[in-house]
Design a protein around this ligand. Structure first.
Ligand code: GLN
Length: 193
């Protein structure tokens, strides 16, 4: 099995390593043709303004948007989540608008205010998921067709899903816990004959 991992900037190598542990090839996506035959794409964490510029430069915005609309699985972590949002509270970057959420960048403060938090996620069972938040964005609006998978103790949503689309404000790729990656693989469309 193969899934795409956007590899223009950010921590794509960590995603690819976790996928490898699950027996899945994470194919580095830098150009639109790398998306061909991909049933899913991970947009990693990094710097959303840079991600956005490079996606425009390499002509990736339109094909990634099309993938999401075609029911393929797309998952954004942190900066990747910012890119998936319908709207953000800042002017930069211009998000892809593929998921019905509103996002506020750097909502928890600067790099020094990064934090870790165990998250209870019902569909993952009893063991909490260790959330690593690095200059994390907040989800400030959740559309009516969007499910909240995890929230902070104060109630702020930090993992959301809308059908084939998944977004996390934190970085599951920076842990040894592959449950989010396995969950994402479960969203891939069943290949047609
Ligand atoms: N703060 C970054 C941004 O706005 C995201 C940080 C991250 O992906 N860890 O793009």
């Amino acid at each position: 099995m193969e899934v795409g991992v956007l590899a223009v900037q950010g921590d794509f190598a960590e995603h690819i390593a976790i996928l490898k542990g699950l027996g899945v090839v994470g194919r580095e996506v830098r150009l639109p043709q790398h998306l061909e035959k991909m049933g899913g794409l991970i947009i990693p964490g990094g710097e959303s303004t840079t991600l956005s510029r490079l996606m425009s430069l390499y002509g990736l915005r339109e094909p990634v948007t099309r993938m999401a609309c075609q029911g393929k699985a797309v998952w954004g972590t942190c900066a990747g989540m910012i890119m998936m949002a319908h709207e953000i509270t800042e002017e930069d970057p211009v998000p892809l608008r593929i998921m019905d959420i509103g996002v506020h960048r750097n909502a928890f403060g600067r790099q020094v205010d990064s934090f870790e938090q165990d998250l209870d996620i019902a569909c993952f069972g009893e063991t909490p998921f260790h959330g690593v938040f690095i200059r994390a964005p907040a989800i400030v609006r959740v559309g009516k067709n969007v499910d909240v998978l995890a929230s902070l103790p104060g109630g702020e949503p930090v993992a959301v899903q809308q059908g084939n689309l998944l977004a996390t404000a934190f970085h599951p790729e920076l842990t040894n816990d592959a449950r989010f990656h396995r969950h994402f693989l479960g969203l891939l469309p069943v290949p047609s004959e």
